[in-house]
Design a protein around this ligand. Structure first.
Ligand code: ATP
Ligand code: MG
Length: 698
């Protein structure tokens, strides 16, 4: 087997080898990112088959996302192309199998995913929300609601305690109860993905034959990324291995990023209680990333208090310094990233990572324009179906066709005309006819005097939109037709994040900027929607990867650009409210950082994320590094301390000859500058610095 390893180019270290060879009994591998957890698991599978002569179908490897199941399968095929397939699957698909068998005779209906027909979880929840709250549900609220329900089920929270739960919004607990009751009382049993887990667990508990069958099916069970396993999932795995306890659990508590979905990383701490004869091993040597990245990430995560202390290290060369870029605006960020990409010849080993899928919209638009091939992991960009986008299009449509009262009815409540509920109802019943021309106030609806005044004003604005460029149109809708005002009051009323909603408008404005007509704008949105659809395609050789931090877990790339590292995004205000959620946000940031093999860039604008600042504090060397290297931004370049009103605000303040003070280098004089760089003579030495970083400090 050792010869085999050499052939594969992975010579296992002592600990890895021990983990591979210790095949019997429970084993917990608690290890750092890039330390070869997944690699070790795959080698263990190979070892079991080749050395221990175990039949491949007697081995079961479980992961918690489809993507990592596929990733493991691919790595296995690459390492052991001649061996028969091994069963790599997600815990959900295992639960599905068990449930299907258990319910073979009675019937049940799946109401989630592609298997569902007719009745669908999301549709049911939509209806229940409307009944309960009396308002249509937004996509974000639906997300919150499904996460909440998922959380409760995965935590195995008993029904009696539901009333005491912390609900994401008022009415959520009622909806949870209604939803559960509905599924149970329907003619056939209705189940969703989470029920699948509960039912599988229940089936194994109740049906001794079924349990025996599954326990006898596999002799070796392994779970990767176990820090993301929930209580109910642990319960299933425990039952599955009870006959032999040949269980290998691989995890990194520092990469636990799903506690909001009820992952239970503390289970790892209690592993020895569940399996008293368990053997616990740590792997701390990172094989993935260069030294600069490993050392910074290692110190960065130590700020978290609730963790197993580990000391990640590497024997890899230093590599590029971590690049910290603070740009003047989101637009500047986009420009910068595109400029970087244009200089590259290959994209297959490059990733752009961000916290929210919404960050991908403008990126995709630009990549598409530049013809850079890309794919999106777990593509779920719902930008184009967001109600704000729909609203903007409706404002535009109505301005082009003012007789379409039916379109106005859709946006009336989003304007400053203060339509009452009953007025809105009347409005929505009106048929579009030329006679009903808006603004002629021939609406047959009794309106208050002030409303008439506002409507006359609105008519003026709607007419004016007609000749404007789309960017101006959006701004007019926001300011003059009262959209921004409405957004703020809605955000408050429904507990939505205003910053996030405004971001959608900003993105729309950026898309609109170069365009000259509303029709062109609508066409561009359609095009981009198509681009998004196409981005879901399989990754082929030379495609750039776009991914959320969450979906990048387990993966690695030569170059990683982490973007939108801004306070309010990572961490969000809610993250920062409580030490546990702040730690989870820090872990998420850490997962992103540790994806990079050789080159890592942290990019921000506006108010830079505190996490970037933490990294900066780590990577600032005591002795400044040599100037003149464009990418060397190891030194945080600040013209003055942040928030100092005397600091440079605009580029034209940094004229040649001007005196400046730098946080690290002290006072100096500007000797030379061009559009990108600035050369400053400090007391001891001359430094070449990048302007956009200087500038970003207000
Ligand atoms: P993550 O926590 O991100 O999931 P991981 O611990 O699963 O990471 P792997 O993905 O298995 O780590 O390995 C990271 C990289 O290190 C891979 O490129 C792998 O090939 C390499 N690697 C792992 N072990 C060794 C080794 N003993 N010798 C050489 N390379 C190794
Ligand atoms: Mg892994």
């Amino acid at each position: 087997f050792e010869r085999k390893q050499k052939q594969l180019g992975v010579e296992l270290n002592k600990i890895q080898r021990k983990a591979v060879e210790r095949t019997e009994g429970p084993l917990l591998l608690l290890a750092c990112p890039g330390s070869g957890k997944t690699t070790t698991m795959i080698m263990r599978v190979g070892y079991l088959i080749e050395e221990k002569k175990v039949q491949p179908h007697r081995i079961k490897a479980i992961t918690f996302s489809k993507a990592s199941a596929i990733d493991m399968q691919e790595r296995y095929k690459r390492f052991f192309p001649k061996l028969a397939p091994v069963d790599f699957s997600t815990i959900h698909s295992l639960a599905f199998q068990i449930t299907r068998e258990y319910f073979a005779e009675s019937r049940y209906v799946m109401i989630e995913g592609s298997e569902s027909h007719g009745l669908h979880k999301k549709r049911l929840l939509r209806e229940m929300f409307e009944t309960e709250v009396g308002e249509p549900i937004t996509d974000d609220q639906l997300d919150e609601l499904t996460s909440f329900i998922s959380f409760v089920k995965n935590k195995m929270t008993p029904r009696e305690q539901w009333n005491k739960l912390e609900a994401p919004f008022e009415g959520a607990i009622e909806i949870l109860k209604t939803y559960e009751a509905f599924k149970e009382n329907y003619d056939v049993r209705l189940v969703d993905f989470d029920d699948m887990l509960s039912l599988a667990n229940e089936a194994l508990e109740k049906d001794a034959d079924l349990l025996a069958k599954y326990q006898n099916r596999w002799d070796y069970v392994m779970t990767d990324e176990s820090q993301d396993t929930s209580m109910i999932q642990h319960a299933i795995v425990e039952k599955l291995v009870a006959r032999h306890n040949n269980l290998c659990v691989v995890a990194d508590d520092d990469q636990s990023i799903y506690t909001w979905r009820a992952a239970e990383p503390t289970y790892l701490l209690k592993f020895k209680n569940v399996y008293p004869d368990a053997y616990v091993m740590k792997m701390e040597r990172n094989y993935r990333s260069s030294k600069n990245i490993v050392e910074a990430a290692n110190l960065f995560i130590k700020t978290n208090k609730k963790r197993h202390d580990k000391n990640m290290f590497t024997k890899q060369p230093e590599g590029d310094p971590i690049v910290i870029r603070r740009l003047a605006s989101e637009e500047a960020q986009l420009k910068y990233v595109m400029k970087e990409l244009k200089e590259l010849k290959h994209f297959g080993d490059v990733a752009i990572l961000y916290r929210n899928n919404s960050s991908s919209t403008l990126l995709m638009s630009e990549l598409d324009r530049l013809g850079i091939p890309f794919y999106m992991k777990d593509a779920d960009n719902r930008f184009f179906s967001h109600w704000i986008v729909e609203d903007m299009l409706n404002f535009m449509r109505f301005s082009l066709k003012p007789e379409r009262i039916d379109i106005y009815a859709k946006i009336a409540s989003k304007t400053n005309a203060y339509w009452s509920g009953s007025q809105l109802k009347q409005l929505s019943r009106m048929k579009p006819t030329a006679k009903n021309t808006f603004g002629e106030i021939n609406l047959n609806i009794t309106l208050k005097d002030y409303q008439l005044k506002i409507l006359a004003e609105q008519k003026k604005w709607f007419d004016a939109l007609n000749g404007m460029k789309p960017l101006k149109v959006i701004r007019t809708i926001r300011a003059d037709l009262g959209y921004d005002q409405m957004l703020a009051s809605r955000a408050e009323k429904f507990g939505m994040r205003l910053q996030y909603l405004e971001q959608i408008l900003i993105t729309l404005e950026q898309i609109a900027e170069p365009l000259s007509s509303m029709t062109e704008f609508a066409k561009r949105l359609k095009e981009l929607e198509q681009v998004t659809q196409n981005a879901k395609a399989e990754k082929t050789e030379d495609m750039l990867t776009l991914s959320t931090f969450h979906s990048s877990k387990g993966l690695e790339f030569e170059r990683v650009y982490m973007i939108d590292l801004v306070e309010g995004i990572i961490p969000t205000e809610e993250d920062a409210e409580n030490p546990d959620t702040l730690e989870e946000a820090r872990r998420l940031f850490y997962v992103g950082m540790t994806r990079a093999k050789k080159h890592l860039e942290l990019i921000s604008y506006d108010s830079e994320s505190r996490f970037v600042d933490e990294v900066r504090d780590i990577v600032v060397p005591e002795k400044p590094v040599a100037p003149k290297t464009r990418t060397v931004v190891k030194t945080p370049i600040k013209v003055d301390v942040p928030d100092n009103p005397n600091a440079a605000q605009r580029e034209d303040e940094l004229l040649e000859g001007a005196k400046v003070r730098h946080r690290v280098f002290g006072t100096g004089k500007i000797i030379e500058r061009d559009h990108e760089r600035i050369s400053i003579q400090f007391a001891k030495e001359r430094k070449e610095l990048l302007i956009d970083i200087c500038l970003s400090y207000k």
